[in-house]
Design a protein around this ligand. Sequence first.
Ligand code: CO
Ligand code: ZN
Length: 333
Amino acid sequence: MKEIIRQLVETTGPSGYESDVRALVKKMLKGQVDSMKVDALGNLITRKGKKSKDGLTVMLSAHMDEIGIIATHIDDNGFVRFTSVGGVFPRNTAGGRVRFLKTGQVGVIGMESHKNQSSVPGLEKMYIDVGASKRSDVKVSVGDVAAFDRPFEDLGTRLVSKAMDDRIGVAVLMEVMKQLKTTPHEVVGVFSTQEEVGTRGATTAAYGVDPDLGIALDVTLTGDTPNADTMAVSLGNGPAIKVKDGGMISDPRVVAWMEAGAKRARLPYQMEVLTGGTTDARSIQMTRAGVPVGCVSIPCRYVHSPSEMVDYGDVQNSVKLLLALLSKPVQLR
Ligand code: CO
Ligand code: ZN
């Protein structure tokens, strides 16, 4: 799976500009699912299996988009001002590099004079330096979108890259769709758009799919680094079964079903309570008249930085957990 992950994270797709990621997923899933279609918001909706007597329509959702930036102004000396696409933290930004989608032009993120070393200025004090000596060297226009630029690193057990959030979920979902053989369910694998700007793709996808059960696949934070905020999730302790995050409370029946499934399959797992942030599951839960939802999270350090770190064992166990859950009828009680 590592080569697939590398290709996914090294492809660029800030929110609203997911087409390259979608093309890659489509190519990799060709012939492995029963159907594929793209909806108006760009969600790639894949299906496998038929809904039997004791089966459900199960929507799985992993978002293709990543955080990025958008050019707002270019000055006479060729410095590009920008604003964020999704949750870009200023502290993770200065000194980084971005690559513009249209032209491939790479720039370094610089910062205005800032004497106070213990504070971080906002993005409005930062600019992108594409190495131009004059305005005409800048192949960037207002409205052009760029992604953070950082290669994939395989550290052995741990994998590092930009856009692990949520290409790692995309990789898990692709693997599940490929490996799923016998299931009583109609499994709908949605590769969603615009999650980082408010789970927008999943909102329309969920309405269109009209599922009986929804599961998001996304990253979550960990509490296992020096002086981290307290959180009972660690890298390498298995997939995290989400109980609650900042925007969604998992259906307790779905949580119990996931936990029982992990135990039955003898897979490691951990329980997740995340105090901020949310996932596509929020949108699935609140579509139409409401849907029972849960979320399988892949623990990830340094989320929304150019060096997001996951554990390869957690990734593989997430695939195994989902396959185990989906191969049998679902009893919610
Ligand atoms: Co995110
Ligand atoms: Zn995410």
